[in-house]
Design a protein around this ligand. Sequence first.
Ligand code: GDP
Ligand code: IMO
Ligand code: MG
Length: 425
Amino acid sequence: MSNVVVFGSQWGDEGKGKIVDILAENCSAIVRFQGGNNAGHTLVVGGKQEILHLIPSGILHPGKKCAISNGVVLDPAVFLAEVDKLAAKGLDVSPSRLMISKKTHIIMEYHKLMDGCREAAKSAEAKIGTTGRGIGPCYEDKAHRCGIRAGDFQDLELLAAKITEALTEKNVLFKHLYGAEPLDPAKVLADLKPVAARIVPYLGDVSSAIQEAEKTGDILFEGAQGTHLDIDHGTYPYVTSSNTVVGNAASGSGCGPRKLERIIAIVKAYTTRVGGGPFPTELLDKVGDRLQSVGGEFGATTGRKRRCGWLDMVVLKESCRLNTPTELAITKLDVLSGHEELKICVAYDYRGEQVEYPPQEQNGMAFSSPIYETLPGWNEDITATRSMEELPANAQAYLARIEELSGVKVGIVSVGPDRAQTFMR
Ligand code: GDP
Ligand code: IMO
Ligand code: MG
């Protein structure tokens, strides 16, 4: 028995949701520990697709407990819409199996407005390309110690006072800096009250719930985004506003770091990125277009086209040293079928010097050109393969090279979007 952490090793959308859905079957509880509804996690079961933004990807397995912990930022209306959508499909999404930490910060109307104002005020190249979901401004308020927490929904007087205090400052910015309509605290509160009333039954102590669930099985921690979107270790400032690295599974959920045992890096067999920021292996040619169309690379949250490129081992090696994975899960290997040759970036040329890890200067990756190794491709459709041995020799060699360069074994291979299109080693 061991608890499991699933994390994204690139810039998000590696297929975390799919792998969490598969692993959830053998766990007692699934916990989302950071991020918010900037995430879009896609599950496909028997051809039916489900996209989850906030509710843990274990929810499709009846009886498994699901929790949204303190490290998450929660848009309550989005949460309730997700609850209603799943309930309409006959799933149990009642508070008996779904919990929100009282310490979880709430994304308010003014956070979304601020996100939009800030992005609109930036020049084209400075835009982060956020999802516009209010993620950054909500985490800012958390750090600024004026955030609204889910537990505040139990105390409407406290809630009213905190909204008034927050807007006293923010309305000055809206009105005088951004030329936006200021928000009326009374209206913000009135709009929130019915939503808050529906959230209260879901409130709980997630830290204790994890401790309890451990008595009957393993806990599965579901990361969102990817290591290179981490607020500290990512391509700052083109990052999200939370720590996406595995260490945050402990602080973001209220359990000790020794509880994190099996650590699975989700690795897309090539690289994608949505939004702004440097991307050394990006392919702005027919090969990139092909990865985008064959891979169906559109954002699960915003519908934006994902930028595509070759696998970047500099990115993956950095993820391995920051997260110490015990295994890799390689996803979307099927998308690489049909290329005569495949490239893997093994180092960067950074201002004339060869480097094996991303430069730490701001925007250093923008001044890095990839140094490639070329491997032979394969033509076979591999979507029906269910073991390492069934894969074409060149696909096996591609995986072996990833293992060699990262120093971590491949434990899971995904060859299609469906739950069934996966095999474990
Ligand atoms: P997440 O954010 O990491 O959960 O990933 P997303 O759900 O945003 O994006 C992954 C996309 O790839 C989704 O559309 C999945 O259904 C799809 N997908 C996952 N694994 C595979 C795979 O092995 N092959 C193919 N073709 N698609 C996959
Ligand atoms: P999942 O969990 C891919 C990106 C945005 C933008 C940057 C900051 O599905 O892998 P934010 O709204 O967080 O302030 O945006 O981060 N981003 C993601 N990209 N997958 C995600 O989540 C992402 N969540 C945020 O596109 O570049
Ligand atoms: Mg996604």
